[in-house]
Design a protein around this ligand. Structure first.
Ligand code: ZN
Length: 636
């Protein structure tokens, strides 16, 4: 059936089975959704039962919208909104999208604009006959979020066209008669970096992740997009599990070469990806390297993103349904559950996985409606890759901080901007508010502030405890007075020559960024400490210091090479990883419900992928494989 025929069928079902057929003015596909426009408000503000019944009947996500003929003029509608939404909600922006009849209301306190059980939303809809969408104004201003939101509004018409096109492709006439499912590794197998896996059926091609290996300087930085089965024009959809560049960093490149299909991901992943992709482009430019893509391609990535929430079941091709679930790794990170051919075959691709609660996030989801094959993270798949307990790690970290501050020294923590920095912020804030650390100032430098502000825009993705603090107790730890955003070079100077403090700064492996300035100035002081809380790759400055280098050649402000004497205390505290260790990986498979019959181990050094693969086979008697890049494995 073609998409037009499907729409005709839906219209018929509406006529036969719902009471609101008379008010339907238009039905169209908008990406995976069916949008029904009505010139009567009843179906939109009623109890929703007929719509739910219809959604079950046609097995699609349905959105009802008021037809343009009944909408209040923009000026009047705006006044009404201001009347209805209480001042305490603090509205910061109202933007109308005429193409689809929606109005975005940005507010500091979304809960107060929504009202109890959505009461105010219904009232707004009734009065103005535009669909209100409430968005949270992050309490910490975010340039990235402002830019993305502005572009979503400015490009609404174009996005609508893109979504309609995507919609008709999802609901196209199917032609396949065979049944099979296979997956080809285009990158990130038996290695970490450039994750990309092509999932194919006779009907569809879906790309799972599209990353870069930022540590590589040659072609091995990019996935094998030139593999024979990888024809850009035939790709139905791209799914991005999370924002780290080894999963999202090459996605804008697809748009440079003519891909014009959807990218499915969560909103926080979209925003954090943009932050990291733009930084990646900037660094390449500063190092005078060939740019893999431009900012314009990043904008295309945003324009083609179809944001999904955890648990949304979405048709992405004629024979695949996608559901994203929390993967516990970083803000917005997801496991992708793919339901193929009316449920004949079900796959979970974990992306990066953390199967343990952290301060920031809840542990990964492990319960699925159906599951036949698992494609899983093997970063710490080796039997030796066991991390110390989080509690021990936290105590070790705080002991070093306490000791150093007491001596009047400064603590320097190189941290990845997304995830690790916020985890350390939460630990320090907790230690401060419980009285364990006194007189604490934590300076945040590099991209950390911007990444933190994106965290504050999406509290519903954070751990239950943190969410509860932010939403119900008005106690947002990220807004604590102990944190200071470093805004200038001069301020860095003042911090270095000032009293004791903790400094969290990028880059996490000391490959560049403000951390180097701090290090150069603080390294000679024997009262100061440096604490590594994240992985340091071979060849990085961080790894050299871990190995005990005490004289490090570095460039000074004027570009001259000098030897820096390292007298500061160099520490490494393990256990803060956002990846599952070996025990947690095995635990995840053990507790996965239902049990998969097949497992592919990817995303890990070769030895670790193979170790995990053979161990899981022995433990659970499942068919397991550790594919190589470019290898294709038939799953069904
Ligand atoms: Zn990651």
């Amino acid at each position: 059936m073609s998409s037009d025929e499907i729409i005709r069928d839906i219209r018929k079902t509406i006529e036969e089975k719902t009471p609101f057929a008379g008010s339907v003015t238009k039905i169209e596909f908008e990406g995976p959704k069916v949008v029904i426009y009505c010139d009567d408000l009843d179906p939109l503000v009623g109890n929703g039962k007929p719509v739910k019944k219809l959604a079950r009947e046609i097995q699609k996500r349905i959105t009802l919208r008021p037809d343009s003929s009944i909408r209040l003029p923009v000026g009047k509608a705006k006044e009404k909104i201001k009347e209805i939404v209480p001042d305490e909600a603090q509205v910061t922006g109202i933007n109308f999208i005429p193409t689809v009849g929606e109005v975005y209301i940005e507010t500091v306190k979304p809960g107060l604009a929504i009202g109890k059980g959505g009461q105010l939303l219904r009232k707004i809809l009734k009065e103005i006959r535009w669909t209100p969408k409430i968005i949270r104004k992050p309490p910490i201003e975010s340039e990235i979020i402002n830019d993305i939101r502005r572009s979503v509004i400015e490009t609404a018409e174009e996005r609508h066209e893109i979504l309609r096109e995507i919609g008709s492709r999802i609901h196209r006439e199917t032609r396949a008669e065979d049944e099979w499912v296979r997956v080809t590794s285009l990158g990130g197998s038996r290695e970490v970096g450039r994750s990309a896996h092509l999932l194919q059926t006779p009907e569809s091609k879906v790309l799972l992740d599209c990353g870069v290996n930022v540590a590589a300087d040659d072609k091995s930085a990019f996935p094998y997009l030139n593999a024979p089965e990888m024809r850009l024009g035939e790709i139905d959809a791209v799914v991005i599990t999370h924002a780290h560049l080894d999963h999202s960093g090459f996605a804008p490149y697809l748009f440079k070469y003519g891909y014009d299909g959807p990218v499915y991901t969560t909103k926080p992943t979209r925003d954090l990806s943009v932050l990291l992709q733009l930084d990646y482009v900037d660094i390449a430019r500063n190092e005078a390297k060939e740019l893999p893509y431009t900012k314009k391609n990043v904008q295309e990535f945003v324009k083609h993103t179809v944001p999904l929430e955890y648990g949304d079941v979405t048709d992405i091709t004629p024979d695949m349904r996608l559901t994203l679930h929390n993967s516990g790794h970083i803000l917005g990170s997801a496991l992708a559950h793919l339901h193929i051919g009316e449920g004949r075959y079900n796959i979970v691709y974990t992306g990066d996985l953390k199967f343990e609660d952290s301060r920031l996030l809840s542990a990964a989801e492990h319960d699925f409606p159906r599951l036949e094959a698992l494609i899983m993270d093997s970063t710490y798949g080796g039997s030796d890759a066991i991390q110390p307990s989080r509690e021990d790690s936290e105590n070790d970290f705080l002991d070093i901080v306490k000791g150093t501050l007491k001596e009047g020294g400064k603590v320097l923590v190189p941290a990845f901007a997304v995830g690790r920095a916020q985890e350390m912020m939460l630990l320090l804030e907790d230690a401060y508010s419980s009285g364990e650390l006194e007189d604490l100032t934590v300076h945040l430098d590099g991209m950390i502030w911007e990444a933190t502000s994106i965290h504050t825009a999406y509290p519903e993705y954070l751990s239950d405890d943190l969410q509860n603090k932010i939403l119900h107790q008005e106690n947002n730890p990220f807004l604590s007075d102990i944190f200071n955003q470093v805004k200038s070079r001069e301020e860095r100077e003042r911090i270095v020559s000032g009293g004791s403090s903790v400094i969290l700064s990028t880059a996490g492996m000391m490959a560049g960024g403000p951390i180097l300035e701090y290090f150069r100035r603080l390294a000679p002081g024997s009262k100061n400490s440096l604490i590594f809380v994240g992985y340091q790759s071979e060849g990085s400055m961080g790894r050299r210091l871990q190995k005990g280098w005490r004289e490090v050649p570095m460039r000074d402000d004027s570009g001259k090479r000098n030897v820096v004497q390292v007298n500061m205390d160099i520490n490494t505290v393990e256990g803060f990883s956002a990846h599952s260790d070996r025990k947690q990986l095995v635990d995840f498979v053990k507790r996965s419900s239902p049990k998969p019959g097949k497992i592919l181990c990817v995303h890990g050094e070769e030895g670790r992928c193979i170790d995990l693969c053979s161990s899981l086979h022995k433990m659970f008697n499942m068919r397991t494989r550790a594919p190589d890049n470019l290898e294709t494995i038939r799953l069904y």
